[in-house]
Design a protein around this ligand. Sequence first.
Ligand code: GDP
Ligand code: MG
Length: 325
Amino acid sequence: MDIKQLADGVVSGNRRALARAITLVESARADHRAQAILLMEEVGKSGRQALRLGLSGTPGVGKSTFIESFGMMMIREGKKVAVLAVDPSSARSGGSILGDKTRMEELSREPNAFIRPSPSQTELGGVARRTREAVALCEAAGYDLILIETVGVGQSETVVSEMSDLFLLLLAPGGGDELQGVKRGIMEMADIILVNKADGDLKPAANRTCADYAGALRLLRKRPQDPEGFPKAMTVSALQVDGLKEAWGEIQNLTEWRRETGHFDQRRAEQAEYWFGQEIRQGLLAQLQKEPLKSMISDLAKQVAAGQLTPGHAAADVLNALQHG
Ligand SMILES: Nc1nc2c(ncn2[C@@H]2O[C@H](COP(=O)(O)OP(=O)(O)O)[C@@H](O)[C@H]2O)c(=O)[nH]1
Ligand SMILES: [Mg+2]
């Protein structure tokens, strides 16, 4: 495969080249990985920057409906929109985005939109790397806005927030004690909380939920990357396309402020460092799962279990073997 040519295709905005490039970075084959590294270096020269929006929320909250409405609004503003997902369970569930294409009917037919389901890997680490590289490929391909969706299974919010410039948390109107349903760590990641389904009978409940979360956000530790009034909670109706313009306005306000104050670039730099560390960790873990270390570890584990060797001694043996090849 001619990597330079593929990179040129991606940067020129060729959709087939983009799809092929993403398939390449998704591959677990060692020779593909080496090509993918070259490809990422090549497309990185484009210097293009999109706005990366992370979007999280439990199933049924309205993520797909939001992406359809919000995405179409952006398309009408003349923007190119890419939609990616981080969903380590998608191999089993059949892919959150693919299964949802009916909810993104208009957007999926739009020439200026690119929708890609989560890579089908069971390991979050693998999904994370591949999605992160797909984000960078879409960016190089000239997409202005990249929406990265996650259903929020355990660590996947962290993964998405580490590859996003802004993190949106989508919530549904609740019955009062719903604050406990959202883990504090996830609240702390959110830049904007969107209480969806603020329409019809659900509107009063949505307003209450929004007020509750606005209160909860004020109690959180102040973050340096936030101007006055952020993080904030707002109500929207993805279905009735209500409040989405306002949400976009706040997204722009926050983005502009972060760009002017240097927080935007600083965050990207920190994220690059974070992923560097993650790649090293994953590479090391992969080595432990390969021969000859794999057998060595299982032998030593038996000796440790039998009390013939201390855990510390056995671990030191493995690390020594790792170091000396
Ligand atoms: N009333 C109302 N229903 C909505 C809204 N957004 C989504 N829904 C409905 O909620 C259900 C789940 O939506 P979906 O977008 O598939 O949620 P996802 O699982 O988070 O992707 C569907 O029946 C939608 O029609 C909204 O703004 N208002
Ligand atoms: Mg969905």
